[in-house]
Design a protein around this ligand. Structure first.
Ligand SMILES: NC(=O)c1ccc[n+]([C@@H]2O[C@H](COP(=O)([O-])OP(=O)(O)OC[C@H]3O[C@@H](n4cnc5c(N)ncnc54)[C@H](O)[C@@H]3O)[C@@H](O)[C@H]2O)c1
Length: 373
């Protein structure tokens, strides 16, 4: 086994790639990003210059030929995750795949099988498993602080994504639920100790962004778990005022609330504005809530340092392709539920020929009836 920091290749050079590289660079003794691959001319080179990354590729397959690279991170649009994972695994390198795992359940299964076949790890980019405040809530819950947990809520909201492909359902697979709800579903599942999800009820709509997407910009999703607990996952691309991410946990003996950003922010008033408040905040003038150590509060450095240590066999992955696959199953059931206007039991068999979760809402009877009224 190699010594020194794990050598990492990065696919993608924009939003999440930036966060990942900065996260890795917080632990240079554990990991070193040695290459970046991104197809838009100039982007990878500019990214490499900014982050001091020595090797630059426009085709990720060329990067996979670099023998010393041990782990590759996928920070590319959702529709590319499956093929990239299979290519990385075939090259004998560990995979870190950003959320959501894939576009279809079948793709997710192929990704897991490919990693197993080639003897590499498939680690799933769910940083909420590493978010310090949420981890603290789980530690307390696991220690019995709240008695028997019967309800876990997670919500993530902002005014819509930063990059055009998210709005294109063929590249994203869905809107706020696919993009943000994958976090909430994974969170409730993980928080409760990974009990099977029994059923999903979901309602969604496109309220403010219908001019640029067919995707939903609001969704409410109720999960029923085999241990009797409920999860409530609220997501929005229609919420003004920057990123909002919070949880609530209710048990027979107690309760805890965590607001990821506001609780750690500095209530601030400024006539002049200043550099940066928080992800997706539209202004820094007037009353704002700047966060400090934003990435650490999200848990991304902790997550990626853990993955690097897993690549060396020092730790066992805490967020895996299997977790991502559970989320995919729930997402398909959720979109079907929103389409049909009823609770869907799991396991849910996705009809043949469906290539993305949102199809099950767009094709659904509830939506058709609403349009006919
Ligand atoms: N964990 C989180 O909280 C979080 C946050 C944001 C994004 N993400 C996920 O990360 C992934 C990337 O999202 P983003 O926000 O960085 O998007 P982005 O649009 O900012 O960046 C996408 C990158 O993918 C690259 N790309 C596109 N086609 C490619 C190809 N064929 N080969 C190699 N690279 C290609 C683009 O050039 C670009 O650099 C998505 O799956 C998204 O859901 C996760």
């Amino acid at each position: 086994m190699a010594n020194g920091p794990v050598k990492v290749g990065m696919i993608g050079s924009q939003f999440q790639a930036d966060i990942q590289v900065v996260s890795f660079q917080s632990a240079p003794y554990e990991a070193e990003v040695v290459a970046v691959a991104s197809p838009t001319p100039g982007n990878a080179a500019e990214f490499a210059k900014r982050h001091n990354i020595p090797r630059v590729f426009t085709d990720y397959r060329e990067m996979l030929k670099e023998r010393d690279i041990e782990m590759v991170c996928i920070c590319a649009p959702n529709a590319l995750h499956a093929q990239m994972t299979k290519d990385i695994a075939a090259a004998g390198k560990h995979v870190v795949c950003e959320k959501p795992l894939a576009m279809t359940v079948a793709e997710g299964e192929e990704m897991i099988a490919a990693a197993k076949r080639h003897g590499v790890l498939l680690m799933y980019g769910e940083e909420l498993f590493f978010t310090p405040k949420y981890l603290k809530a789980k530690e307390m819950a696991d220690a019995g602080a709240f008695g028997k947990i019967h309800l876990v809520k997670q919500s993530e909201k902002h005014f819509g994504p930063h990059s055009p492909w998210f709005w294109d359902i063929n590249r994203s697979g869905g809107g706020a639920l696919m993009d943000l709800g994958c976090h909430g579903i994974a969170f409730c599942y993980w928080f409760l100790g990974r009990p099977p999800i029994k059923s999903v009820y979901c309602q969604m709509g496109t309220y403010v962004h219908g001019d640029k997407t067919k995707a939903e910009d609001e969704s409410l999703c109720i999960l029923e778990f085999a241990n009797g607990a409920m999860g409530l996952v609220e997501d929005s691309w229609a919420r003004r005022g920057g990123m909002d991410d919070r949880i609530e946990v209710f048990g027979s003996e107690g309760v805890t609330y965590a607001n990821l950003h506001m609780g750690n922010a500095l209530p601030t008033y400024s006539e002049n504005g200043y550099g940066y408040a928080v992800e997706k905040a539209p202004t820094t003038k007037g009353w704002t809530y700047p966060v400090f150590e934003e990435l650490w509060n999200y848990g991304t450095p902790q997550e990626l340092i853990h993955f690097a240590r897993c690549a060396r066999g020092k730790e066992t992955p805490q967020a895996t392709g299997e977790d991502g696959l559970v989320v995919m199953h729930a997402l398909y059931a959720a979109y079907r539920s929103a389409g049909e206007g009823r609770k869907i039991s799991l396991p849910y068999q996705v009809p043949a020929g469906v290539t993305k979760p949102i199809d099950l809402w767009l094709d659904g009877s509830v939506r058709r009836q609403a349009a006919q009224r």
